[in-house]
Design a protein around this ligand. Structure first.
Ligand code: NAD
Length: 434
């Protein structure tokens, strides 16, 4: 099948690589010429394990190319996936500007077209958004929904760091459609995927995505509140999580206490759902509390460092991990950025290291922070080490790696250090009960 994927970020680049790997002919469209060049050169525009190789192979086999010409791309496609960003506005609601811009561009191309096109929204959009594109598309193109074009909502659940794997082997696929032909085409496209497929209407598909992210964010804020109480009571919150997690009704995932959730999805999606509820006059109490807990959680580790060191003014602090999660270079809403800002405000000197996210972090943090080229380099001369992303290489740190510190003090915002290997290192963290 000929597929156009519009937007070549984390979701678009992975969707394009995934469908081309399954044998489809894919054209990526992006307004960012650097991203277009990068993909055509067989290189991913963002860091995601395995993505460089998958894109390079697809480009070499002529299964995939990138362009900034949307109308040209659509000429060879029967399906168009919209994967552009849906950032938050100041009031928490979702900025749909990019989705609407793309819909306008598709409508212009539809006017000249005489075959059916299925337009699939993959971006995360508030319930009601996808169906609101139908009148816009009909008006601008002069074509009819259900006859000349179809519209669908197929939310994406990939996790950054495992995105390609998640695309190819998802837990489920949600197919929100509004016409029989559109549903048929999507079912054909996903026929080889061996997971449950949930067919529903457009609004339901949109809500499944928000409700899923809001639920996972709730689990994180829940365990963080339990961990904060555990700290007062001298209980290890990770032992509590293990005891809870064996219960199949609960599950162990998303019960890791720490510095809270970040990234480009959970923070904005939870706030967007709260904004939707507010607009609809539907009372919502749990999710605003989830947000509140998450906003204060990163600062707890700053308080812990301050307590351990007896003040932060002029103290050298090593920060290990900047990305919001391991195996990603994404620092959008990363708790590390908030923590570093608070450390600097209290007069600390920060030396940071991350295996992949330093460039993105530097663009946001500026020069107030020093950057080291290795974990050991960051630890040199530091009086405390804050571990903020659970990268595999940090899990392998040993006592001797901390030898060059002025004080061998490790404070975990994400629990991942192997305590057995850290002889001689003082050890603290959220939810440790100490
Ligand atoms: P991103 O910011 O990484 O990428 C968006 C891309 O769209 C950029 O390359 C941008 O240049 C491009 N773009 C913007 N306007 C365009 C236009 N008019 N035409 C063509 N390209 C245009 O975003 P992302 O992280 O891939 O997220 C995309 C959507 O998917 C969002 O709605 C997000 O909430 C959702 N989502 C993201 C993830 C994730 O883990 N990142 C997971 C599931 C869902």
């Amino acid at each position: 099948m000929g597929i156009t994927v519009i937007g070549s970020g984390y979701v678009g680049a992975v969707t394009a690589a995934g469908f081309s790997q399954l044998g489809h002919n894919v054209v990526c469209v992006d307004v960012d010429e650097a991203r277009v060049r990068s993909i055509n050169g067989g290189k991913a525009p963002i860091y995601e394990p395995g993505l460089d190789g998958a894109l390079a192979l697809a480009v070499r086999e002529k299964k995939l190319r990138a362009t900034s010409d949307l109308a040209g791309a659509l000429k060879t496609s029967g399906v168009a996936f919209i994967c552009v960003g849906t950032p938050p506005m100041a009031d928490g609601s979702t900025d749909l500007r990019f989705v609407r811009e793309v819909a306008q561009g598709i409508a212009d191309a539809l006017r000249q077209r005489d075959s059916y096109l299925l337009i699939v929204v993959k971006s995360t959009v508030p319930p009601g958004t996808t169906e609101s594109l139908i009148p816009l598309l009909e008006e601008k193109s002069g074509k009819r929904h259900g006859k000349d074009f179809g519209i669908a909502m197929n939310p994406e659940f990939l996790r950054e760091g495992r995105a390609l794997e998640d695309f190819l082997r998802p837990d489920r696929i949600v197919l929100g459609t509004a016409d029989a032909k559109g549903l048929g085409l999507l079912q054909e496209l996903y026929a080889q995927f061996q997971c449950p497929k949930v067919a529903c209407n457009l609004r339901t598909a949109e809500m499944v995505k928000y409700a899923s992210n809001a639920f996972l964010a709730t689990k994180i804020s829940f365990i963080n509140e339990i961990a904060n109480l555990c700290d007062r009571l001298g209980i290890d919150a990770y032992a509590v999580a293990e005891g809870m997690g064996h219960d199949r009704r609960i599950g162990r995932a998303f019960l890791d206490a720490g510095i809270g959730y970040g990234g480009s999805c959970f923070p904005k999606d939870v706030k967007s759902l709260v904004a939707t509820a507010k607009r609809e006059g539907s009372g919502m109490r749990i999710l605003p509390a989830v947000v509140e807990t998450n906003e204060s959680q990163p600062l707890r580790i700053v308080g812990l460092a301050e307590k351990c060191l007896g003040g932060l003014e002029g103290r050298r602090i090593a920060v290990l991990g900047l990305a919001f999660k391991p195996d990603s270079d994404d620092v959008r809403e990363a708790p590390a950025l908030k923590i570093i800002a608070a450390l600097l405000k209290k007069g600390a000197k920060v030396v940071a290291y991350d295996p992949k996210a330093m460039e993105n972090a530097r663009a946001r943090l500026g020069d107030g922070v020093a950057y080291a080229s290795s974990a050991r380099g960051a630890l040199e001369g530091a009086e405390a080490c804050l571990l903020l992303t659970e990268w595999e290489e940090f899990k392998n740190l040993q006592g001797k790696d901390f030898n060059a510190m002025k004080r061998k003090l490790a404070i975990e915002g994400r629990r991942c250090l192997d305590r057995g290997r850290l002889e001689g290192v003082e050890y603290h963290g959220i939810g440790r009960g100490i």
